[in-house]
Write a protein that binds this ligand. Structure first.
Ligand code: SF4
Length: 354
């Protein structure tokens, strides 16, 4: 079994099937229906690589503004290598060491402040988030008020709003917001969305806005990213008939939380967000039943492996693969880090030993 560091006490075992307690008894059967694609997207992979490479090139400490991606396991792994996580630039000392901006993107004021202090910064904003920034700025340039569909307080939303002049963007979170919004000029509106929203919920909000404001302009291409769409499609395909749908991810990971909602709406009896094997809801696992599994875009595969290992301890597991798309996206790191070699060992803390 692959061992991973634990972030909590291992779960107690009162609900283990009786058969587990007897070394000679046969384990009950369980089908794990595994989604593909799942887990790391190209933007998350790139952001983690940037921190790892910065540590190799510049040595510790490397400062990281905000959690580089929303996953405690990843953050702890990088911290153990020498990354120092801070919420704001004010906490970064002038010691010549670099600071990395997270994959979610940052308001324009953040790189500006770093430049003013002559800090060495590495921007790990996902290129697909940067694309949304450009789409929003284009609306503004063309004289449109921007409607940003997203979740208040999410770092990506803060970053996108921070690309635009004060007063030129309005956040729309729900269909109720869409119904209540009163524009200055209904003929001069454009929208973009957070990259990690529910595809179906967002379609409802956009439809509600379009019904009221037929002249509202869409972004030049879809803002919800390929990884979000692909993971939601795979969950939809795997959900019917599943007794339990496990999504591996963090409570503050938007795309992971959306996957739980999608699973429950698409036919799974119950969905659960788990950070690792310590969170498994054993009470909800039906011997002989079907547990479906996926992982949010910031959840490392090593945690999926560890959960499967936990199931194998108690059950005779059969894995069924539900593959709905193939992903070949790869976002290269910035030029300044490309000469620093990245080895499988450097990334083993998230990818396992292979
Ligand atoms: Fe980029 Fe999408 Fe991954 Fe976010 S979820 S980091 S937008 S690829």
């Amino acid at each position: 079994m692959r061992r991973i560091p634990s972030f909590g006490a291992p779960s107690a075992l009162p609900n283990r099937p009786e058969s587990f307690l007897s070394a000679t008894a046969t384990k009950p059967k369980l089908t794990i229906r595994m989604c593909e694609p799942r887990g790391f997207c190209a933007g998350v992979d790139r952001a983690i690589q940037i921190v790892v490479l910065a540590l190799k090139k510049y040595g510790a400490p490397v400062y990281v503004r905000h959690e580089i991606v929303h996953n405690r396991y990843v953050v702890e792994g990088l911290r153990s290598k020498g990354a120092v996580f801070v919420e704001e630039l004010d906490s970064v000392p002038d010691d010549g060491q670099p600071v990395v901006f997270s994959a979610h993107g940052v308001p324009k004021s953040v790189p500006a402040a770093a430049e003013a202090r002559e800090l060495l910064y590495l921007d790990a904003t996902c290129p697909l988030v940067s694309k949304v920034h450009k789409q929003a700025m284009r609306h503004t340039r063309l004289g449109r008020h921007v409607l940003l569909i997203g979740h208040r307080g999410h770092p990506e939303v803060i970053g996108t709003m921070g690309q635009l002049p004060e007063g030129s963007v309005t956040l729309i979170e729900t269909e109720d917001d869409a119904a209540a919004y009163v524009p200055v000029d209904p003929a001069a509106l454009g929208f973009v969305t957070q990259t990690t929203l529910s595809v179906d919920d967002t379609a409802g909000i956009v439809a509600a806005l379009q019904a009221r404001f037929p002249d509202m302009r869409a972004p030049s291409s879809e803002s919800i990213c390929y990884a979000t769409t692909n993971r939601q499609d795979a969950v939809k395909a795997a959900a019917p008939g599943a007794d339990l749908f496990l999504i591996v991810g963090a409570p503050n990971s938007s795309n992971s939380r959306r996957l739980v909602e999608v699973a429950e709406r698409s036919g799974a009896m119950q969905g659960a967000l788990v950070e690792g094997p310590q969170d498994l809801p054993w009470d909800c696992v039906k011997p002989g039943g079907v547990v479906a599994m996926s992982a949010g875009a910031s959840a490392p595969e090593i945690l999926v492996d560890a959960i499967v290992d936990s199931f194998r301890d108690r059950y005779d597991v059969t894995i069924e693969l539900v593959r709905t798309a193939e992903e070949n996206e790869n976002f290269p790191v910035m030029r300044s880090l490309r000469q620093t070699p990245l080895t499988p060992v450097d990334m083993a803390f998230v990818n396992g030993q292979g």
